[in-house]
Design a protein around this ligand. Structure first.
Ligand code: DSN
Length: 451
């Protein structure tokens, strides 16, 4: 992987060697806010499992002129003129994604993972149909059927759970709930699940009841791309992902199919009504079904990120992401922390703080004061509300992009433990904060952006 600090960049420096000079000269108010965020990202340890740092080329493209272009439609069939170059960019993004994930169909237009999931649900289901996903508190996602989300409001949603002892998906629960409620669509994957998603087991159960199977690989998609997590392509009818987590691209979503499938269910497309292939249905649900103009600057930035992920050094990065998460897990276990599922196979570590008598909320706040960014997270069978929680989720993608390895992971867990065992002790927080800043300064981020 190219070091972020060595790739030449994006946001051009002016003659005074200042970055963001155009913003500074035209709008100092937002410039000051931007500078604070640049500094925050540089001087804190980003342990939110769903975040990462894009390369300079991705950053440059995401801030580029393609933001100006309206391109409703798809390459070769747009509703606007002047689309020849954005067509090329979208085709390139699709081709690279197909190569990266070894799949036949890709739609790179979803603005986010939630929109990708919405497009799938709206393609395959009628309002009121039953869906089944992993319960939110057990590691699922809002769009997998939570009652506060469209997926739980428009559809009849039932959940499966993890096993209380193992912290892993309980396939007895998946099978019995599937047989009882006969969901039309089963969703596998989640946002706080530290283990591999077992696509094959889900496929068996989906086949037993004749359900569609959707995989949401938003979290591990970079690991899937690097062949360090099983691929869903063979087992799942539809696959969705975000592009900005372990995949390290710009913020956005994507829908894939290993093989396009014939529309044998007679589903009618929202606009065209053409019903031959599921790919046509999905495209037409994304646009005009739920979105208008695609974000062409982001689609072009996705193309860059996919190309980066196709390079051999991305696999080295992805392996380091896993090694770093495993090192953090082992260091936490050695300090008597309780981990959901006892560890990790991926980039995610979910810590249950109950035995430390600290809530997720307080831990998140104290760690943030020390410059360590995590998110409070429900743990399976949590008795606390989502606003308080008993756990925190940590992850390794962003700190690995900065170049940190196992030695740094051990230090980071020492910092976290010092804060948790001296919770809300301001002098300990100050001491750790100094150490965090010193560690961050050894792994500078976007150094070209500094004045
Ligand atoms: N917000 C994402 C995460 O943190 O995992 C899921 O959408």
């Amino acid at each position: 992987m190219k070091s972020l600090t060595k790739v030449k960049v994006g946001n051009k420096l002016n003659s005074n060697n200042e970055s963001f000079s155009y913003i500074k000269n035209s709008d100092v108010e937002i410039y000051n806010i931007l500078q604070k965020e640049v500094s925050r990202e540089d001087n804190t340890l980003e342990l939110i499992a769903s975040e990462n740092f894009v390369s300079y080329p991705v950053l440059e493209m995401a801030g580029g002129v393609m933001t100006n272009k309206y391109a409703e439609g798809y390459p070769g069939a747009r509703y606007y003129g002047g689309c020849e170059h954005v067509d090329e960019a979208e085709n390139l993004a699709r081709d690279r994604a197909k190569k990266l994930f070894n799949c036949e169909y890709v739609n790179v237009q979803p603005h986010s993972g939630s929109q990708a999931n919405m497009a799938v649900l709206m393609t395959f289901l009628n309002v009121g149909d039953t869906i089944m996903g992993l319960d939110l508190a057990h590691g699922g996602h809002l769009t997998h059927g939570s009652h506060v989300n469209f997926s739980g409001k428009l559809y009849n949603s039932v959940s499966y759970y993890v096993n209380k002892d193992t912290g892993r998906v309980d396939f007895n629960s998946v099978r019995s709930t599937a047989k009882e409620y006969k969901p039309k669509l089963i969703i596998c994957g989640g946002s706080a699940y530290p283990r591999h998603i077992e696509f094959e087991h889900f496929r068996e159960i989906a086949d037993e009841i004749g359900a569609f199977l959707m995989a949401d690989i938003a979290h591990p998609s970079g690991l899937v791309a690097a062949s360090l997590h099983p691929s869903p392509m063979k087992y799942c009818d539809i696959i969705t992902t975000t592009t900005h987590k372990t995949l390290r691209g710009p913020r956005g979503g994507m829908i894939m199919m290993g093989k396009d499938i014939e529309n044998k269910w007679g589903i009618v497309a929202p606009k065209s009504g053409r019903t031959k292939l599921v790919s046509e249905l999905l495209d037409s649900t994304v646009m005009p079904g739920i979105q208008g103009g695609p974000l062409m600057h982001i689609i072009a930035a996705k193309a860059i990120a996919f190309n980066e992920a196709l390079q051999p050094d991305f696999k080295v990065y992805a392996q380091q992401v896993i090694d770093n998460a495993k090192t953090m897990s082992e260091a936490l276990l050695s300090k008597d922390y309780k981990l959901i599922s006892g560890g990790t196979d991926t980039h995610v570590v979910l810590i249950d703080l109950s035995n430390k008598n600290v809530t997720g909320k307080v831990a998140e706040q104290s760690l943030e004061k020390a410059g360590i960014t995590v998110n409070k997270n429900m743990v399976p069978f949590d008795k606390r509300s989502p606003f308080v929680t008993s756990g925190v989720r940590i992850g390794s993608p962003a700190i690995t992009t900065r170049g940190m390895k196992q030695d740094e992971m051990v230090k980071i867990i020492d910092f976290i433990d010092e804060i948790i065992t001296n919770i809300e002790n301001e002098s300990v927080i100050d001491k750790v904060k100094t150490e965090v800043q010193s560690l961050c300064s050894s792994f500078p981020l976007y150094s070209e952006l500094h004045n």
